[in-house]
Design a protein around this ligand. Sequence first.
Ligand SMILES: [Zn+2]
Length: 233
Amino acid sequence: MKPSFLKKIFWGLGCLALILSCQNTPTPKPTPVVKKMVSPPKKKAKKRSYPRLPGFINIQALDPTIVLDIRYATTENFTGEVIYDCPACYLRPDVAQALASVNRKLRKKGIGIKVFDCYRPRPAQQRLWDKVPNPSYVTPPAKGSMHNRGMAVDLTIFDIKAMRELYMGSSYDFFGLKAHTDYTGLSQKVIDHRKILHDAMIEAGFRGIRTEWWHYYFKGPIDELSSVEWECR
Ligand SMILES: [Zn+2]
């Protein structure tokens, strides 16, 4: 064997060893560039406070997921006039707790509740009566209604995901057959929607009435009529 050939072999082995040793050397990992997630300073959730009303509970203080659409605080009601100064839903404590339980159960099924009217102070009942002095539509203030006791609620239900009300066959405060619970001309869809609301309310201790699909009163010890009005904020 020629010495030059042996030289080449040693060179080759040397290089191979070098390559292998390089491969075994752990490659230093690049220092990860940590992007600091600079989040905007968290705004403290503004905790709403609600005016206290002796003997009543503000439903949104109890359950803020209950949606309010208090029609008598707007002109969008059957009188076409504002009856309350500001929107709010107050109920007697046991009634409020029962309504919150309805909401909790329905929300598990993807359904929310929206209230149109709750406690209605007697002066508001008087204003309604002054606009529409017809006992077929408005309870005379002297007699008083379950709303004046804080024991009734007008409400509907909505699909939470779609944020759309479930059609009930008539608008709120529609005075006619289509609003009746025993009306036979309703579509199956409307019957189903009303049943969802009805079953949930009955289970929580409420009762409905024949002429208004939206009206439920609490079946418990009767609270007295009240004239106290809430403070606007
Ligand atoms: Zn009602």
